[in-house]
Design a protein around this ligand. Structure first.
Ligand code: TRP
Length: 334
């Protein structure tokens, strides 16, 4: 029996190489070995102020992006097409410790007034309750493994606590306690400022789109900062060079990576060679991804139908769990 993997991602705009190499590529690879469930979590996207006119489009865009880079349609669902997540989330509210949820650092980070102009920032109850819904996302499929970054460890801990309390109260080892799957994924930095992570919030220069056009990618790599001027140990590679090598390797160009690394060690690496090779590798990937995406978008109606179908099939699994949970907790089943 294959073990079950679950992960989810919020629908927010475009996908960059930090997202891809850091997480999504791993999702694609895990499909070989595991029974995978990957969710586009639109209920989670409502927890911060958002645009009601854009959310549905963002969810579909993310679906097309995920499909274009190799996530299989049958493993994908949209959370609001499986509303049982929310029902289980409510039940879990009663098994989640208030004191514990209060300690979640992601909530503290997202709710704090980071600048004075944010003084009147609206903080919703949903944002506070988010980790409980996340526990429902995971446990509703009885997932064994959850591939996420270290920043989610605390939420996984809470998920296990909820599962244990539930099991205790119903007197049965009903839920398996899920584990985080920490895969070594490359950390991609901003080409314009390699002291920080690649991210959209920092501005256009700081992220490279997975679906980027050749010219733009070449330009971004050509102007990538290689010397950040921070003091370095002797022989220590600058963060900018590390980032270019990381991208080149992540893009799968092992032999060129090895050759250029050797030049670096010999002290005769030409930065322009490294940049050309890195740009070539990314352009090659992006051209494929763009082409694939265009094909999918050309069959928009059919693809959307497929995702609605896969969500429905996945929903059947969720409904089964919910039915058993309602039985165990004294609620009514229809
Ligand atoms: N909280 C995750 C994040 O911020 C997204 C998420 C929601 C998730 N539900 C999940 C991740 C369930 C893994 C499993 O990135």
């Amino acid at each position: 029996m294959k073990k079950t993997v679950l992960s989810c991602i919020q629908p927010t705009g475009e996908m960059h190489y930090g997202n891809y190499f850091g997480a999504v590529k791993n999702w694609v690879d895990l499909q070989e070995q595991y029974d995978c469930f990957y969710g586009v979590v639109d209920y989670h996207a409502m927890t911060m102020p958002y645009n009601t006119k854009k959310l549905r489009q963002d969810s579909w865009d993310l679906i097309f992006n995920l499909l274009a880079v190799g996530v299989k349609a049958e493993n994908l669902f949209i959370q609001s097409l499986v509303p049982e997540h929310v029902e289980l989330g409510w039940i879990f509210n009663n098994f989640a410790s208030y004191g514990r949820v209060q300690k979640m650092t992601q909530f503290k980070d997202k709710s704090k007034d980071s600048s004075s102009k944010n003084k009147d920032k609206f903080i919703s109850v949903g944002l506070f309750d988010y980790p409980v819904l996340q526990a429902a996302d995971i446990l509703i499929y009885r997932a064994d493994f959850v591939p996420v970054g270290k920043d989610q460890d605390q939420h996984l801990e809470l998920t296990r606590e909820i599962a244990s309390r539930f099991n205790n109260q119903v007197g049965k080892e009903y839920f398996v306690l899920p584990e985080t799957l920490h895969t070594e994924t490359p950390k991609i930095l901003s080409p314009a400022d390699p002291t920080r992570k690649m991210s959209k919030s920092a501005g256009e220069k700081h992220w490279i789109s997975v679906f980027g056009e050749e010219n733009r990618i070449r330009k971004q790599i050509r102007s990538a900062v290689t010397d950040t001027g921070e003091p370095k140990e002797e022989n220590e590679m600058s963060a900018g060079l590390v980032n270019l090598f990381t991208l080149l390797k992540a893009a799968g160009n092992d032999s060129i990576h090895a050759a250029l690394m050797q030049s670096y060690k010999n002290g005769d690496l030409r930065y322009s060679d490294l940049k050309d090779a890195t740009a070539d590798a990314l352009v090659n990937l992006s051209n494929n991804f763009r082409e694939k995406r265009a094909e999918l978008v050309a069959n928009k109606k059919e693809i959307k139908g497929q995702i609605k179908q896969s969500s429905k099939a996945i929903r059947a699994r969720a409904q089964q769990t919910l039915k058993e949970v309602k039985e165990l907790t004294g609620l009514m089943n229809v």
